[in-house]
Design a protein. Sequence first.
Length: 368
Amino acid sequence: MKSIDLFLDVTYQAPLDSIQEHEAANGSTIYSCPFFFIVPLGTEYPNHDKPLLCRVLPPSFEISDPHSESLSVTYELHTVVHYHEAHAIDGGTPGKTEMTRVIKFLPFSEVGPPTHIASFPGEFNIEVTSSIRKHTLASHLGTFTLRTSEPLPLAYSQYEKRASTECALSIIAHASHELPRLRAISLEVKPAIKVKTFYSAEPITCLPKRTFLAENALIRLREDVIKLGRETYTQLEWGKVSGPVNDKPPAYEEATGYNAQNRSTTESNLARDRKNILRTSIQVPVRPPVTLPPTFCGSLITRSYSLLLRMRVFGVHAQRISLEVPLQVVYLRATPSRVEVVHDPESMSCIGASAILAQDDVLPVYDG
């Protein structure tokens, strides 16, 4: 499958004083004329019905794999020069020459708002609860709850060739009694970046998701994983939880008073159990070993990323835990004095049932 599109046609009248000439080794004369070729934003979808991410042309990139389909986005600058010979009578017959050159295209991109998780059913997992025991056959001690959220984007710029970010991970231990060896517990985290490339034989209306694969046979998905090594966290600093553990609504019976006879008992149990709820947090570094193309949403091909966190708990017996959160990759316009990365709450999102970005999402609080 191959698609060719002439997306920008510009006429340029070169001033005579800008034309330079010099003789080549073979005695011929070479004329040169410098010019700037600027690709405006919104070239692919100039209307405002699409989010900015889907209105900017995708960058140049290529995926070659002998075991699957090869994917690429290539740009060519085709130049047609019309000229007249300076000493010809009455200007002479106009001349014409053409040249085509492959160019690398890397557009600047903006930081969008955090991804609306609910718009991607079954794709992300930001919270997991696991039971804990002293060993496999021992009695139940309590639970570990691990939570995370979308980290700040990986941001490249002309001054930042290597991008990095951090993902905050919160760990809550809820035990039926105090865990005397809690400080001896260690955590091993294996972060990885999942690369998701959707491509289609017909225009894609918005940044796609997995549910599109079942709805449209023309849309396909290629996934790759970039491993980021291993991080080990020991001697974790635990603190008791004084307030609510989470923002989940109360159970149906508690909210309606349907089970009123047991409500006071439930409240007293919650107050007593909170004494045995401890919390700690860690920061997981995200430093890809290769330069990644930015997140983009083209008409026939799109690229998105997510961060995988595979974890093991040592010191008590708990099942292996896996989380997956969205991750943006952007190329910023920046000054050498400061490269600022913040989620932009004003970025437009796709409208309707296939909404991709959170239009009215509440932004998380980031430190720093």
